[in-house]
Design a protein. Structure first.
Length: 256
């Protein structure tokens, strides 16, 4: 399990063969790795939005504050649906934002360029930024980030909380003390080979060019988002019909 809360819930249900391992994407965040993450605010910041926990008012407040404290603000669309979140906001909030193509390559390239913080609502967007050596602050929109933070000291604040606290956290010296050892002594995670592979991947990613000016992909348009959602529902319906067919077919075989 990724957090102790989930492990305890399963134990109460009688499922005892569970361990709290934190998220595998965090296993490379050793004490040495975290010590290399800058503690002071950069001049640039990249942020993220979360379409399935969209809050136009709170997201707009976050973007406005980031533009107040950073010279350049980038928005990485982790999911194509996130683009619709921006379109719901006043143009005065979004007109000076730099949008990053919705793929991991361009996001990694931006992080590898250096001199940039991460402040956003995507949990794994923030973890990836930390793995890339960037000062990060994750704004929790559900209990995943907040529960993991209780176990590991992941830098997390609730979205929609006290804006003064967010502003203070952005400006102050931020030391990331990641506590992977505190999640349970019964597990042994071999980080050597994993860390080596990640370091090699980071070296290669630093050679990537900076993201090009944002071009809205076809599937990021309103029509494209609706089409993608329709396709998802079609896949779910087909899966359901297939399951029903298999069950009824099996029942027919048993009855005959």
């Amino acid at each position: 399990m990724r957090d102790e809360y989930t492990r305890q819930r399963l134990l109460k249900l009688g499922i005892t063969n569970v361990l709290n391992t934190a998220c595998p994407t965090m296993w490379g965040l050793t004490a040495d790795k975290c010590a290399q993450i800058p503690t002071h605010k950069a001049e640039r910041v990249v942020t993220t939005l979360t379409d399935y926990r969209s809050s136009p008012e709170q997201d707009a407040q976050m973007l406005t504050m980031l533009q107040k404290h950073y010279r350049e603000v980038y928005v990485w669309l982790q999911a194509v649906e996130d683009y619709a979140c921006l379109r719901q906001m006043d143009a005065r909030v979004t007109q000076n934002l730099n949008l990053i193509q919705p793929n991991l390559r361009d996001y990694t390239a931006l992080l590898a360029s250096g001199g940039i913080d991460y402040v956003g609502t995507r949990l794994h967007g923030g973890i990836h930024a930390m793995n890339m050596g960037c000062r990060s602050l994750i704004l929790a929109v559900d209990n995943r980030a907040s529960e993991i933070a209780k176990d590991t000291n992941l830098p997390v604040l609730p979205r929609g909380g006290n804006l003064d606290v967010l502003e203070e956290r952005i400006d102050r010296r931020l030391v990331i003390c990641y506590n992977i050892a505190g999640i349970g002594k019964e597990i042994a995670i071999s980080t050597g080979s994993t860390a080596a592979r990640r370091e090699k991947k980071m070296e290669s990613s630093s050679l990537l060019p900076l993201a090009q000016p944002y071009v809205v992909p076809e599937d990021c348009t309103e029509q494209g988002v609706r089409t993608m959602k329709d396709k998802k529902w079609m896949r779910k319906a087909l899966s359901f019909l297939l399951a029903v067919f298999m069950v009824t077919g099996s029942m027919g075989t048993v009855l005959t």
